[in-house]
Design a protein around this ligand. Structure first.
Ligand SMILES: Cc1cc2nc3c(=O)[nH]c(=O)nc-3n(C[C@H](O)[C@H](O)[C@H](O)COP(=O)(O)O)c2cc1C
Length: 199
């Protein structure tokens, strides 16, 4: 179901994704592991037309229609100051906050690696709940960051600790109930013998 049959969708049924489903999705995906439990991913869930319109200018032309018609478009982002939550997330790991706070390069690599993993957990959790996904990297990250996480952005509805410039977009993911007609022919994957080596 989650791997063999699930597909990437480019069109959507006209069926809402409820607040309850979005919350259930987060409550499932949050258990996926991250290094030292850093959990750097942040999710901005765009469901209203107004929010979608703010995203439109950042999208590659081929991604506009399917995104505007998707029930929800998620900005999978990461917080470069994820380490501020480590006293809660890793109370057993003394000094780990300072490890990242004093090493921006390490913090950057850790945030990117782990938010990408968390984005994958998000897709897997969505599929486990019967939702369909359409992930996308075809958009202007800098434009999205300025529009949704920039210094001039209204903080309304956002977590208080969001600080301008510290949240960066990773990728986008449309979610909803997919239109089977929008699925492209399945492309093959690499064979075990091509890319796996048992030593
Ligand atoms: C991180 C990521 C970025 C992607 N970016 C785009 C994109 O910008 N536009 C698009 O049409 N498809 C995009 N895709 C969709 C992939 O091409 C698709 O998931 C892949 O070919 C597998 O298709 P399948 O799940 O139907 O087998 C992206 C997928 C991922 C995981």
């Amino acid at each position: 179901m989650i791997f063999r049959r699930a597909r990437t969708f480019n069109g959507w049924q006209d069926k809402l994704v409820s607040d309850e489903t979005l919350r259930e999705l987060y409550e499932l995906m949050k258990w996926g592991p991250t290094s030292a439990n850093v959990s750097p991913a942040r999710f901005l869930l765009l469901r209203s037309n107004a929010a979608k319109e703010r995203l439109r200018p950042s999208l590659s032309p081929g991604n506009v229609e399917k995104t505007m018609s998707a029930p929800v478009t998620v900005i999978v982002a990461y917080d470069l100051r994820f380490y501020e939550k480590l006293p809660k997330l890793a109370p057993h790991n003394q000094g780990v906050r300072e490890l990242f706070a004093n090493n921006p390069e390490l913090a950057d690599a850790t945030a990117k690696r782990n938010s990408t993993l968390q984005g994958a957990y998000f897709i897997i959790a969505a599929r486990a709940l019967g939702l369909d996904c359409g992930p996308m990297s075809g958009f202007d990250n800098a434009k999205v960051d300025e529009e949704f996480f920039g210094a001039s952005v209204e903080r309304e509805g956002m977590c208080e600790e969001y600080m301008p410039g510290t949240i960066k977009s990773n990728f986008l993911c449309n979610i909803g109930y997919g239109d089977p007609a929008s699925v492209r022919p399945r492309a093959t994957r690499l064979d075990f013998s091509e890319i796996c080596h048992v030593l």
